[in-house]
Design a protein around this ligand. Sequence first.
Ligand code: FSX
Ligand code: SF4
Ligand code: SF4
Length: 318
Amino acid sequence: MKDKEMLMNCQQKKTGVSRRTFLKTLTGTAAGIGFSQMFNPAFVSALEKALETHPVLWVQGQGCTGCSVSLLNSVDPSIADVLLKVISLQFHPTVMASEGETALENLYHIAEKYKGKFSLAVEGAIPMAANGKYCVVGELDHKEITMVDIVKDLGAKAGSVLSVGTCAAYGGIPAAKGNQTEAVGVMDFFKLYDIKTPVVNIPGCPSHPDWIVGSIAHLLTKGIPELDDDGRPVIFFGENIHDNCSHVEEYDEGIMSAGLSDAKGCRMDLGCKGPDTYADCYKRKWNSGLNWCVDNSVCIGCVEPGFPDASSPFYEPA
Ligand code: FSX
Ligand code: SF4
Ligand code: SF4
């Protein structure tokens, strides 16, 4: 009953809001991610100012759009408010009205105008095989523009790059065993082309909306957040899932779940990869704070560089 009420509240809240209300909500969200300065009105003013000078250009390569959908499903206020008012998103293939050559021209135009300042958000991996032809994004002057072309050109011009999702960060599912398209993540791609633009990895398959919005807000107001050895913000990916899991005492006592519908017990025998996974899902939760993977299933380590091969088979012990 309690869950049902919470779900209804979440649904009722899915309405448009003013920019001011959104920014207030963001400060509330920020409280959960530990940015004490976000309570300060100066933060709101800094963010508003940054929006005018630091647009975000969001490009999609070899992925499932799951990270965009994650934002769409889980963030209150609406995706439109997040993408247009907070992130100052000026290009996003899924939500923008513009299309075709006009859209691509605009993408390159904004990148030139805000050279060295804009953030490039990359969703999906970059397929390198066949000169990048596995992911043709569009055409300019009758020439095919591939994801390789876009990340090479715009990545070098950007002030920073956000690799949204495990595919963009580390290759993820497209780079799994077999990898016919020779998919790579942004950091590996930048090494190949000697591009020095700073990269913030926001993995997760998909990435949590708070991780995306929080990282961008940090970037716009305070610069690059502190990153771990895998290029992820420590504020979101600094803690071990297993050490903080609500089942860890049962694990210590050897009480194990017999099946996925079993509410009691640690889920290690069912394939839980929590001990090898670093993220704050255990306290942030998913689906507007309703639940997280370990409640109904297992952690499959979706934020880790080796995902999915290192976690496979998902439902067998490591
Ligand atoms: Fe990959 Fe994402 Fe998984 Fe999908 O950025 S991270 S397959 S949820 O959409 O590309
Ligand atoms: Fe660790 Fe997973 Fe067991 Fe939780 S369910 S205690 S994360 S192994
Ligand atoms: Fe990914 Fe594990 Fe978090 Fe689930 S609990 S989102 S599988 S890191």
